[in-house]
Write a protein that binds this ligand. Structure first.
Ligand SMILES: Cc1cc2nc3c(=O)[nH]c(=O)nc-3n(C[C@H](O)[C@H](O)[C@H](O)COP(=O)(O)OP(=O)(O)OC[C@H]3O[C@@H](n4cnc5c(N)ncnc54)[C@H](O)[C@@H]3O)c2cc1C
Length: 306
């Protein structure tokens, strides 16, 4: 049987790659397992302007690729596989993947999360060209423009309120006639003159040329269609952390995110979580990278204590 690793990192986004860089530089016998492409979800960002070190901004694809190159240069071994299960067996963690089983003394879970999609025509094609899932990432690109936010929960209203700093008008489109957000947030949104609401309505499709120009809306009551001219649409209809295979092993919060302490430790000794997958993350590249570094240092300490 293959010698167990000291550390396995699940996920090759900014959190996992940052953890990998620190672990490799600490000479830990480490393996990073990634199911899709090294770099994580930032690969989808047209431009990143809030990650320090790039005063002109940098494309997400380039940033993700540079992080992967840096991890490789530090000698981090990687495997392409999907992690499907994680078990504790004595002092070892057993990681079951699509390509076989791996064992390690410590594991950092850095699998990120996925935004729920509207699933409508144009959503994928205009990603990064007017369709966004993150106002903090992209809001500043819509200075003095009209934008829409789709959703009716806390995230949607927070997105809408944040966007009022840039946009001339923010139109919240909600499929019901009442919001799910807290009353405090509702009060703030109703009192913000730049925010308008369209109730009982869903987005049917997204249209444009190089950039989003128009949403085709559909009334859920009458089925009637209408057009709404916008330059951008922020989708805030839910976020799913990639923690399905962890149920039963770890206590996950209401949304399925992993609770950790300030050292990124979970309740299971030797099991760490970093990046967007952990409860309370601000879901940015800079925080994911910081979490990854903290988790790797925590893992190193754990390994030297067992
Ligand atoms: C379009 C877009 C634009 C954005 N713009 C910005 C921006 O401008 N600034 C900013 O700071 N942030 C931005 N973000 C957010 C940023 O990308 C995330 O906060 C960051 O990537 C989180 O890093 P992470 O490593 O925690 O997770 P992720 O980047 O999601 O990486 C997780 C990785 O784990 C892999 N994985 C998941 N489950 C498994 C499994 N079971 N087995 C193996 N591998 C698995 C995934 O394939 C993925 O590669 C943007 C996001 C998007 C989608």
């Amino acid at each position: 049987m293959e010698k167990p690793y000291q550390l396995i990192i699940v996920g090759g986004g900014p959190a996992g790659l940052s953890a990998g860089i620190y672990a490799a530089r600490s000479k830990l016998h480490t393996l990073l397992i990634e199911k899709a492409g090294l770099g994580g979800q930032i690969l989808n960002a047209e431009i990143v302007e809030n990650y320090p070190g790039f005063p002109q901004g940098i494309s997400g694809a380039e940033l993700g690729s540079l992080m992967a190159q840096q991890a490789e240069k530090q000698g981090l071994p990687t495997a392409m596989a999907e992690v499907q299960g994680l078990r504790i067996q004595g002092k070892e963690k057993i990681v079951d993947t699509s390509e076989g089983q791996y064992r390690a003394q410590a594991v950092i879970i850095a699998g990120g999360s996925e935004h729920s999609k509207l699933g409508v025509y144009g959503e994928e094609a205009f990603l990064g060209r007017g369709v966004s899932y993150c106002s903090m990432c992209d809001g500043a690109f819509f200075r003095d423009e009209v934008v829409a936010v789709v959703g009716g929960g806390n995230v949607a209203l927070n997105e809408a309120l944040f966007l009022t700093r840039f946009a001339s008008k923010v139109i919240v489109i909600h499929r019901r006639d009442q919001l799910r957000a807290t009353k405090i947030l509702q009060g703030r949104a109703f009192n913000q003159p730049k925010i308008e609401f369209i109730w009982d309505t869903v987005v049917d499709s997204i249209a444009g040329d190089r950039q989003v120009r128009e949403l085709i809306l559909r009334s859920v009551n009458t089925g009637e269609k209408s057009s709404l001219k916008v330059s951008g649409v922020f989708v805030a209809v839910g976020l799913r952390p990639n923690t399905g295979y962890l149920k039963g092993l770890l206590a996950l919060n209401e949304g399925g995110f992993i609770s950790v302490n300030g050292q990124m430790e979970t309740e299971v000794p030797g099991l760490f979580a970093a990046g967007d997958i952990r409860a309370g993350s601000i879901r940015q590249v800079v925080s994911a990278a910081g979490d990854g570094a903290t988790a790797a240092i925590g893992a190193e300490r754990f390994l030297s204590s067992v």
